[in-house]
Design a protein around this ligand. Structure first.
Ligand code: NAD
Length: 499
């Protein structure tokens, strides 16, 4: 059995706490590795190393720091196949999807290569007589990030790329379900020229997270994961005086207007609802057709597409639409919620409950499910399922559809499919959700825009990546400078008052 490590002080380090978690191959159900779960002492060691290394890194000019990220991009491209394979083996997603995971992180790194430009400060010449004023953005110091299992490459890069570009040291506590890619990323960063101690990976669970939250040296905490943990980390981190940004769960609605191109809408829904087995915070989990006729046409278009979905292990290459879910616990939770849907009166139009894959009976595969006639009181509507389950809520009007998206406690992403520019514009302007797609089902903003939901999908003020990340990972310092004149005219012994 492979024993994974931490990555501390530029080296792979064995865990010393004596506690481990199992890392599965979700396609076979086998435990393929053990990951160490750090205790407070191991975290404190990483923090001390980070604090020492960070001073020199912050003093390295931003262009040199950017060059390390530039080299890192080259290494990510060089090792793309290897990273994607390791990612799929622990997460279960298909190889093309795993490459997308790496690619979307890589794009954030590319954006951060612009650090010299992005970190330029403001300057006011002659703010007063002989007085200049300038603001600079300085690194926070030691920063930390806690990431979820579903994007083990992209989400760590969302955090560590801007943190490092800004001159911080970064401690990553990745998901204990798929920690191998984060460890590989740390190694690649050092191969790219990052000094030891600037990126460290400390594996663990709540104990490691609590050590981060209660460490006085750590200045900021970034979190992405489920909403209850996001709330806990936000409250605890803020109470301990840290800068915190937490991104939580989602329930993304897609509104299908009567004039939408139904084939296009159904294709979009199938990709956005079932891709990555529904384990995306931007997955569409609720379809809202407007009008009974639209609903009937949508279901008719969806069913054959869903029935044709190919579910299988990543080793089947491009021939698979989605793979297993991450753990048997995740699978059991999805099955439990599906059963509540049936019990609470929703119509299970496509029933994936008996799905089984020959040769992979112990894998964590879940067949695709489609519910119709779902109502807002049902558990399958209220809770995030994070599986290949799409719920259809029939709305009588556009206003009713809009209200559904607005009344839901989550507000990560939403989409509208229509040919009517006026309806699309109204929707984008009024809906209280952070990321909107217009005939685009998964509107994940690119690296140079920012990513973030509203409502219970986010806790904190600044979004991920884009310009917000450079604000999150720096503090502003403003200098008012006056150089008394007089030397030119000979010595002057009285300090001049401002006039
Ligand atoms: P999770 O909340 O279980 O775990 C996330 C991280 O928190 C992991 O590193 C984990 O070790 C840690 N953690 C777990 N329990 C903890 C506890 N009790 N105390 C402290 N730390 C704890 O989430 P997950 O299952 O890994 O990821 C799926 C969730 O993440 C979904 O809810 C999904 O919507 C969300 N997500 C959100 C976004 C976004 O940008 N909004 C992006 C991706 C995933």
């Amino acid at each position: 059995m492979q024993e994974l490590t931490h990555y501390i002080g530029g080296a792979h380090v064995k865990g010393t706490s004596g506690r481990f978690a199992d890392v599965y191959n979700p396609a076979t159900g086998e435990v393929q590795a053990k990951v160490p779960l750090a205790n407070g002492e191991e975290m404190a060691k990483a923090v001390a190393i980070a604090a020492e290394a960070q001073v020199g890194w912050a003093a390295t000019n931003p262009q040199r720091r950017a060059r390390v990220l530039m080299a890192f991009v080259g290494l990510l491209n060089r090792d793309m196949e290897k990273l994607a394979e390791a990612l799929s083996r622990e997460h279960g997603k298909t190889i093309p999807d795993a490459k997308g995971d790496v690619q979307r992180g890589l794009e954030v790194v590319e954006y951060c290569i612009g650090a010299p430009e992005l970190l330029k400060g403001d300057y006011t010449d002659a703010a007063g007589p002989g007085i200049d004023m300038y603001s600079m953005r300085q690194a926070l110091g030691v920063t930390a990030g806690i990431t979820p299992f579903n994007f083990p490459a992209m989400i760590p890069m969302w955090m560590f790329a801007p943190a490092i570009a800004c001159g911080n040291a970064f401690i990553l506590k990745p998901s204990e379900r798929d920690p191998s890619v984060p460890l590989m990323l740390a190694e690649l960063l050092e191969e790219a020229g990052l000094p030891e101690g600037i990126i460290q990976v400390v594996n663990g669970d709540k104990e490691a997270v609590d050590a981060i939250l209660h460490d006085d040296v750590i200045q900021s905490v970034g979190f992405v994961g489920s909403t209850p943990i996001a709330e806990y980390i936000y409250a605890t981190g803020c109470a301990n005086g840290k800068r915190v940004q937490c991104f939580g769960g989602a329930k993304n609605h897609m509104i299908i207007m009567p004039d939408a191109d139904m084939e296009q809408a159904a294709d979009a829904l199938v990709g956005a609802g079932y891709g990555a087995a529904g384990e995306r915070c931007m997955a569409i989990s609720v379809a809202v057709p407007v009008g009974e006729d639209t609903a009937d046409r949508l279901i008719e278009a969806l069913v054959p597409k869903i029935e044709k979905l190919k579910v299988g292990p990543y080793t089947s290459g491009n021939d698979v639409d989605y793979g297993p879910v991450v753990t048997s616990k995740a699978k059991a939770n999805i099955e439990r919620l599906v059963q509540t849907g049936v019990d609470q009166g929703a119509t299970l139009v496509v029933d994936g409950r008996d799905f089984s894959l020959q040769g992979y009976e112990d894998g964590f595969f879940v067949g695709p499910h489609l519910f119709d006639n779902v109502t807002p009181e049902m558990d399958i509507y209220k809770y995030e399922i994070f599986g290949p389950v799409l719920s259809t809520v029939r709305a009588g009007s556009y206003e009713e559809a809009l209200k559904l998206a607005m009344d839901h406690e989550y507000g990560n992403g939403t989409a509208i499919f229509t040919r009517d520019g006026d309806a699309a514009r109204d929707f984008a302007s009024r809906v209280n959700v952070g990321m909107i797609g217009i005939n685009v089902p998964i509107p994940v903003p690119l690296a140079y825009h920012t990513f973030g939901g509203w409502k219970k999908s986010v806790f904190g003020d600044l979004n991920q990546h884009g310009p917000d990340a450079f604000k999150f990972y720096t503090r502003t310092k403003t200098v008012t400078a006056r150089w008394p004149s007089g030397i030119k005219q000979g010595g002057e012994f009285n300090f001049k008052a401002m006039d």
